[in-house]
Design a binder for this molecule. Sequence first.
Ligand code: ADP
Ligand code: ZN
Ligand code: ZN
Length: 754
Amino acid sequence: MSDGNTYAEVILPVPIPTLFSYRIPGSLKAKVKAGMRVQVPLGNRKVYKGIVRRCEIQEPGLAKVKNIQDVLDEYPVVSEVQFQFWEWLADYYMCTLGEVYRAALPSGLQKEYVPRFESCTMLAESYQDEEKLNEVMDGMSRAPKQLEILQHMVDLALEKGSMASGMTKSELSAGYAFSQSAYIALIKKNILVEYRERTSRLEYSGRKIEAFKKLSSLQQTALEKISSLFQKQQVVLLRGVTSSGKTEIYIQLIREQIELNRQVLYLLPEIVLTAQIVERLKEVFGDQVGIYHSRYADADRVETFLRVRENPVGTEYKVVLGARSAIFLPFRDLGLIIIDEEFEQSYKQADPAPRYHARDAAVVLAEMYGAKVLLGSATPSFESYYNARSDKYGMVTMNERFNQVTPPEILIADIREAYRKKRMRSHFTPELFSLIEETLSADKQLILFQNRRGFSPYIECFSCGWIPACIHCDVSLTYHKQQHRLICHYCGYSRAVPSSCPECHDPHLVTRGFGTEKLEEEVSILFPGYRIGRMDFDTTRTRKRYERIIRDFEGGQTRILIGTQIVTKGLDFDNVGLVGVLHADNLLNFPDFRSFERSYQLMAQVAGRAGRRDSFGKVVIQTTNPSHPVIQHIRNGDYHTMYMSQMEDRQIFHYPPYTRLLKVTLRHENKEVVEKASHELAGNLRKAMKVPVMGPQSPLIGKIQRMHLMNILVKLPRTAEIGDLKKLIKREIDAIRSNQEYRKLFIVPDVDPV
Ligand code: ADP
Ligand code: ZN
Ligand code: ZN
């Protein structure tokens, strides 16, 4: 019954699967519109910024509703298309709209309230010297929360111009688990100072625009094919070998959209989103380019967010270069989404919900806007290649590098044979060793790839075999030599290196295996006199440090670059004559149905860094198993054969792309509880549906951060209506959740896990 009042349904950033009803007081009636943020009370004390999903509702959803307290926007920040996209995400990835809301808006737009004057903070004067600060930070391994704050502080300050730059506290605290007590500790230690100031805004740079590059005839043909495929297909896969010049093709497609007054979203994996590509885009599109990713200050994210909407002065961004969360930007009119390196795992958000895959979600988003999607890669994901081969997507192939540069020559070096013949020097086969010497004496640079960070993956007691393990997780601790500590790579726990074995008191502890830190040390001994850069999680925690390592290598100051996965990603260097993969077996032996696909992609990527400008690039892959099929396919550059042979297994064992996976992870402090609950859930799922339900099974690492884990894997058919099956699964999960016996049990569904 209508009571004369009007009501609004509001999305709140809480994990409760409903919309919340509020009365719109008369004074706000003219102002409230769908998509605007409103301030509303929840419970007795809390006040939230919610988003109005619908207004002008005549009947309250509940008996007792509270008033909207305030309207925070003049224009909607979320459009109707965006809402539909949110609803699709919540439904497909089995989460709540509140969870999508949290992921979708930069935190500056969803904090509980905004003071007019914000708390600001900066480094105290005596710590504005980088060397001095580094010293302090190096001594902080026992205060990881404080360390993290300082790392963000340095990043943001340098981004703003100097170590002396100030920033708002909300900028400093955005994007990670900011600890208030650690922040206060830093102020008490006089490392940080706090002050109050009005927030500022970004300024235009007024940069000069440069001319477009002329496409080669190969690029031109590819561009024309893409355009003609777009006439009849929504998604096109551009399969171009590394250095074939995909970026310039993207640039032409962006230009076309801008001429049509439509916008472009250009997605890149976080780690590839470096100054290199940003600079190239700004060279041609100037201030029409926005950037959106988590390593930028929140105020800048808010700015970009608001500037892709319809803007009165016509200053809206026409193209946004962003990491996965950029799919949430409120575009006025999207015409094209480019997804570069589309196979990258990091497009999938693992935690928290929504656990979305930005590539898959982008295809849905594009459909809502009537936009096209271009997927780019040298080594497509099997899912995309499968879609292209079955004509669901169009496909365009470029098999040659730009400027007819010949692809690098790939050599396979047998580690086992070299050991047998006693010809290994440290971790180098004679093949790799002599090519390193040759490359250095020819004044060229080289990249060495090792998939492990730290000094050595574990240490061991020489007499009894004792291996120090994490107290919170089921893993051994990695030895980091520089910090002289043993560190858990899963939870960050660290401890001093014991002086003797606690089991048998033998002081003889030995290091086993090798990570990037050890590799760096050995290279500096074997090839003295050359500057080495090391790029891994430990050396790239701040964006500035990461960019400095790249800049030093780009400028030739460092001759040798050593790194983990990070070095394989999209970087474009002129003078790299050699790439070495130290131990390919690490990759191949990982127990996952995608490990061969991944190994191939990773090795092809890292190999692609060699010889990009001239024809003398060489790649050495060291392995104990030279006849391994993936190694052979890599050597022959034969993606297609690798794909075909793997697809057979995928079909037989019901893996994607022949099925869709849904992984349910259960977590509890007590092992018996999680085992009992997961057996019960798996049993109920088997009873409820006719699709294969695997497990429950303890994952490779059965305990992380004191929580015991169990996985259940459901293989959903691609053909059937999976919506109904998901509802069934959700019902069974909710039944377990509501069981009193399983309080404190976490159940996390993950749709299309990677
Ligand atoms: P990919 O993304 O396919 O690996 P890039 O787009 O990085 O390849 O291009 C490889 C190199 O070739 C880059 O250094 C780029 O500047 C250069 N390049 C590509 N296309 C052109 C062009 N049309 N004119 C001049 N240089 C080009
Ligand atoms: Zn011992
Ligand atoms: Zn741990």
